[in-house]
Design a protein around this ligand. Sequence first.
Ligand code: NAG
Ligand code: NAG
Ligand code: NAG
Ligand code: NAG
Ligand code: NAG
Ligand code: NAG
Ligand code: NAG
Length: 600
Amino acid sequence: MAKIFFYVILIQLLFFLQNSKAQAQFSLNKGSSLKVERYDQPFLISEDKTFYCGFYSVGKNAFTFSIWISTNSINTVVWTANRDSPVNGYGSKVLFRRDGNLVIRDVNGSVVWSTSTNSLDASTISLLNTGNLVINNTKGNSVWQSFGSPTDTLLPYQPLTKGKKVISAMAKGEVSSGYYSLYFDSDNVLRLIYDGPVISSIYWPNPGINAFQNGRTTYNSSRLAVLDETGLFISSDGFTVSASDLGGSNIRRLTLDSDGNLRMYSLNKSHGSWDVSWEALPKPCDVHGLCGQNGICQYLPSQGITCSCLPGYEMNNRNNWNEGCKPKFTYSCNATKSHFVEFPQVDFYGFDLSYSSKQISFDDCVKLCLQNCTCIGFGYRLTGTGVCYPKNALFNGFNSTNFPGRFYLRVPIDSNDLILNSHDNLDCTNVTPHMVVGSPSMFGTSQNNTKWSYIFIFIAVFGALETILLVIGWWYLLRDREVPKSMEEGYKMILSQFRQFTYRELKEATGNFKEEIGRDDGEGRMRSIAKEVRRVLEGGDESVIASIVDVGLQGQFNKEQLVTMLSVATFCLEEERNKRPTMDEVVKNLIAFDETDDSS
Ligand SMILES: *[C@@H]1O[C@H](CO)[C@@H](O)[C@H](O)[C@H]1NC(C)=O
Ligand SMILES: *[C@@H]1O[C@H](CO)[C@@H](O)[C@H](O)[C@H]1NC(C)=O
Ligand SMILES: *[C@@H]1O[C@H](CO)[C@@H](O)[C@H](O)[C@H]1NC(C)=O
Ligand SMILES: *[C@@H]1O[C@H](CO)[C@@H](O)[C@H](O)[C@H]1NC(C)=O
Ligand SMILES: *[C@@H]1O[C@H](CO)[C@@H](O)[C@H](O)[C@H]1NC(C)=O
Ligand SMILES: *[C@@H]1O[C@H](CO)[C@@H](O)[C@H](O)[C@H]1NC(C)=O
Ligand SMILES: *[C@@H]1O[C@H](CO)[C@@H](O)[C@H](O)[C@H]1NC(C)=O
């Protein structure tokens, strides 16, 4: 009979431990940590299970500490701590240290990122249902939050404020910093800028007209922009936009995608997909810097964004459009040796040699460019008699059917064939505009079988389940997490594990402890167990000790091991702090115990 109970309980115990693995908590105390090898197990999960936080694989053997939303096994990262310094996939760790600092430690021990929350009385870290990772002090006030340092995404109620930037990822599916940012400019206007290796260029709102013409104001210096859960995005510069599916309580995000477009997404729960409910630039090629110097962006709904080089040019780096294109000819300064090749519907934004809204004839525009060695081409727009835009560099190029101008490239006469017969511009790379950051499911299979076998051995040897669970709880936690430095903390760690399983069934199965034990919850219950066990140990009565042990074992147990385990367990629960053993003593005892067990 006792054996049956024993197996029932064993199964329950396994379920409990299994669940405690899968059901990460939404809040942790100091001393908690997670090894990168266990990236399949989140560090924290928001209470409503929308957000996960933990190690995120960003490449072969490279991990970041991120927050993501998981739908249909696609993970969408909304925040990353160490986006530009991922850690090694072996031996790295995230630790909520005893000093209150949350740190990410690489395999060689170097701290790649930290919240610098030491000396702020930090006590708990939690992942709120808003997706905000917060560190609270002992008074329950937050001393640090992930909302304060956005990466490429703003979640509802995550404010964008003065001095903060939302920075795009380098490429679709990556988390590292790219070249596009959303920020409040020094004139209080919310803008999008391309800040690349060679140039920087504002592209939203329309840089060709001023803030007021764009419907913005420069007078409100509060510099605050917030999205709410209904899909309303309001900025202090007067910019307001609402999602196409305004209202309801969809899961939403505002992301500056790697193609430089700012998009609002809402989660389609039935399909697990992210639907675009607004985008800042309806014409994707209005984003600057997409195809690099001398590159041309073209958007086709069927293909998305494609980049190409101007005829007669070739890519600097076949794998990277940011590096643009270089001419296969040398410019000639001699006016008589140059002429112009016409490209309809094409223009390059910015880098005007001179600009005058004064209308001039096409011939005068040609002369203006030829006069100056630095002029390598010009745009000419047929508004009335025409406006001339001589250029000394060609960036932000685009080819758009409804563009009302033409571009004229200055080329040496003897290189004419090179331009006209060039097919290099067919060398295109796709940049898909609508993207969902994701990677294959992170929740693969990974089990630590050694641990299970240890647990089996422990259970097989001893029958007093409550006590064993207590010790295993310690042992389990000690091995998985950083060793808690105070008894108080270790004690809380155990309790947070024990609360999850049905005590009543256990109690009924063992029947060794009396009523007082069952009625209390958590801490009180554990203390009752400790008191009972202590009384037995102090009495030194062999028969009573034997009664704690499962009768199914028929007296076949190592009494010394049992006593060690029981005393450690009970002293850990000592109500008076100074009577509790130090952490060193506990660890020594448990290790000794562990070794005894291994050798038997
Ligand atoms: C650890 O490794 C990183 C990357 O390899 C390196 O930048 C850092 O200096 C190393 N730190 C130490 C303490 O060795
Ligand atoms: C931490 O602080 C935040 C903000 O003050 C609050 O919403 C949250 O409930 C607190 N969490 C805990 C575990 O105290
Ligand atoms: C400035 O912007 C803030 C935040 O959007 C808003 O609450 C405030 O009313 C604005 N002030 C004025 C004078 O418009
Ligand atoms: C979810 O997506 C499907 C397929 O695109 C669409 O039919 C459905 O209307 C969407 N649901 C919502 C709530 O938008
Ligand atoms: C430009 O080229 C023409 C024809 O080759 C030549 O006569 C003239 O001297 C050159 N001018 C300059 C400034 O080099
Ligand atoms: C060429 O243009 C640059 C920039 O506008 C100007 O500084 C320079 O004086 C011009 N050179 C000539 C010869 O016009
Ligand atoms: C611009 O697009 C048109 C239509 O697709 C194409 O015929 C033309 O060659 C393109 N121009 C350049 C310079 O890529």
